[in-house]
Ligand binder design. Sequence first.
Ligand code: PEP
Ligand code: MG
Length: 533
Amino acid sequence: MILRGTTAVRGKASGRLLILKSRRRKRRRKLTFDQLKEEVKRYRDYLHRISLDVGGGSIFRVYEAILQDPQLWEKVQSLMEGGERDAFKAFYRVIEAYSGELSRSGHEKFENLGLELRMWLRDFDNFVRGQHSDIIENSAGSIIVADELNIMDVFRIIKYGVAGVVLEKGSLTSHPILMLKSRGIPTLIKVKGAISSARRYRYAFLNATDGFVEFSRKPFEVQVEERPQINAILDRGGRLRTADGQEVVLQINVDIPEELEDFRGLDVGLFRTEYLYLMGIVSRDDQEYIYRKLSELVYPNLLTIRLFDLGGEKVPLGMDIPPHVRGIRYLLEYNRKLLMDQIEAINRASVRGNIRVLIPMVSTVEEVMEVRRILRADIPLGIMIETPASALITDRFKKHVNFFSVGTNDLSQYVMAIDRRVSDYRFHPSIFRLVWYSFDKLRYQRERYSVCGDLAANRMGLLALLSLGIRVFSVPPAYIPEAAQLIAKVDGETLNRVFRHIMISYSERDVEEVLSSVLREKGMEKTSSEISG
Ligand code: PEP
Ligand code: MG
């Protein structure tokens, strides 16, 4: 049985099918001490069942040991005596403190355990809400079929080595999909009837490159694709040349720190710190530790730390974020303490001189000035251009910031009045006109201007952005080889032609036509992911 969909992340994979139940996040009720103990007991039984299923994972035994530790319960009780009314919150704080100590221990084994504990805590929270994820240790190598995914699911997919993903819904620039793209996990979205069809089979062959998935009752024999070599790109520090010798710089977007390991040698153009927050790395000390470590790891390359972009899809456990605020606006208006802690952690971690700070969702100059006041003066500061407001007044920011980075995912959402979680609009001429308008203010200092949104991680989008004159791009690591391939094939004459066409286009289709005809000319066929979904 074969079903077609839209390519979100190219690649092929085969494996056992794992169908996820659909879940809506529910509110958790306050727990008394006894209720908490009862929930923990249920959870331990549940872990026990799973650990029998998967042959007894060592990590489950660690959780068990922690849950049986009388000191843990004494600490929870003393927090409650000190005024905490929700036993779950008290429990949460105690476990967080444990994991913080482990993460900062300086021993790799304990650091990993610290992270594990935080993920597990979120798992337990989901369990209490009746929404436990089905992605577990024995999901390695399987193909997941679901209606949609949330960010925690994707953490688990990465952690447990899931081979591929097939979704009934999904959009190309939603955060869960961008995380899968960073990791290069083959993903097909908008596959109608995937769940009901998959139920009748046990195995899947996913060919996300060509936009289809095949289900079967027997395992598939598939040759594993070789990963393209990127050493030459790393050796050049991501500084590449077009066919006629113009320099283009490729940097990487990092969602989860481990992604960095294979890409040392490149600048990090965007580090989305809110994922750290979602994994439970919240305290100033934990943050300082991680920023310092990452800065060491990428040195002498740049580490661009984006301040927490919370809100929208990225709302951590137990946090109430009004739906109308996100990014810097949330930090300034609702959670200054979080902002101060993050900046303080960055100020302290910045010893090598390679850390830069990027502010998300900026719309006014005052927001920048507030951050500038508390950030150490020698740390370069930049802003995301991802609200139409910031794109339209780019010139007003010039003397206050060191660099700019266009977030095309949000910029497109706000220009086109769509919700990026459910739909995409990528090649509308208005988006390019607006980016051009903004970039034009820096055209003589173009090394200060870059794009880190997903439009650059798509051959048609990258071609269009190159045609505007932009020469610095930050893309998901897995997209680096493809971007390099395109850059090597284009030249000034082609880019001018593309630029003229885009500027006189009436519709998204007009833009797509010129971009795909140039790709064909260069021997790079477009894929379904390059057509807006
Ligand atoms: C963007 O909006 O394009 C961007 C890079 O930020 P995020 O995807 O994290 O919102
Ligand atoms: Mg954004």
